[in-house]
Design a protein around this ligand. Structure first.
Ligand code: GLP
Length: 247
């Protein structure tokens, strides 16, 4: 695995965007797996800049978001559909019909999740999956205890995640308690994985993911089983790592 340690979130965004742009240039109909949260925002800002100033073309790009809150309409300003439209899609030339976010309002979650997986398969799988990491080591909304073979499904959020995400809502009571998330097994099928982390509050989770045992207590540790993972992390997020890595 590669670990690229950078000085700032902006530098992280540039490193990660360069990796994605390289991939997009080498393959038409590039399939991106996208994450929400504050961490990937500098990446999305850089992709938007590259589109505007360098002509990076998203017209044939397809995307699948990792997750969505259950029972939050796509029009809600904290829905992940709203987030990714606002932080990325509205400012690039991606075709909205080629962008996919799980539907948290579906009345048949199981079928919806099966169809989501089938759509990923139909386009030949995800070329590059972007991930953030939760303070408890979650990826997407795969909370501790998620099977490393899990697929897209409904999940219950832990009290820690609800507390972490309460900053985006008026109160913790308003944070949805459930979500639809791609599984760890789904994520592990991506050709390439880019995990981003910034801030000292992620240092423990990053160290457990990279250097701890592969175990369901730390969902991101499952990435140790993938042959092509690049971590792009700031110095503070890397501060608890003890080994030397290829960058
Ligand atoms: C949410 C998302 C994750 C994200 C995590 C961390 O729980 N489901 O995909 O990685 O938040 O968010 P942040 O980047 O804001 O710390």
């Amino acid at each position: 695995m590669r670990v690229i340690v950078v000085k700032s979130p902006q530098e992280m965004g540039k490193e990660a965007a360069a990796i994605i742009a390289d991939g997009m240039c080498s393959k038409p109909h590039y399939v991106l797996g996208l994450a929400t949260g504050s961490t990937p925002v500098p990446l999305y800002n850089e992709l938007k800049r590259m589109h505007k100033e360098d002509g990076l073309d998203f017209s044939t790009t397809v995307s699948f978001n990792l997750d969505e809150y259950i029972a939050l309409p796509a029009t809600h300003d904290q829905s992940y559909r709203c987030f990714i439209d606002e932080h990325l899609f509205d400012d690039i030339n991606i075709v909205k019909g080629n962008t996919h976010v799980p539907d948290g309002m579906t009345d048949d979650i199981e079928t919806h999740c099966m169809i989501y997986e089938a759509m990923i398969e139909d386009v030949g799988g995800i070329d590059c999956q972007v991930l953030g990491i939760g303070g408890n080591g979650h990826i997407g909304f795969n909370e501790p205890g998620s099977s490393l073979a899990s697929r897209t499904r409904a999940v219950d959020l832990t009290p820690e995640t609800i507390r972490d995400n309460a900053r985006f809502f008026k109160s913790a009571d308003e944070v949805p308690k459930r979500a639809i998330s791609m599984g760890i097994g789904t994520v592990l099928e991506a050709e390439k994985i880019l995990l981003l982390a910034t801030g000292a509050n992620k240092a423990k989770a990053v160290a457990a993911a990279l250097e701890g045992p592969v175990c369901i207590k730390v969902p991101a540790s499952g990435l140790q089983l993938h042959p092509d993972v690049t971590y792009v992390i700031t110095e503070d997020a890397a501060s608890q790592l003890t080994l030397r890595y290829r960058s």
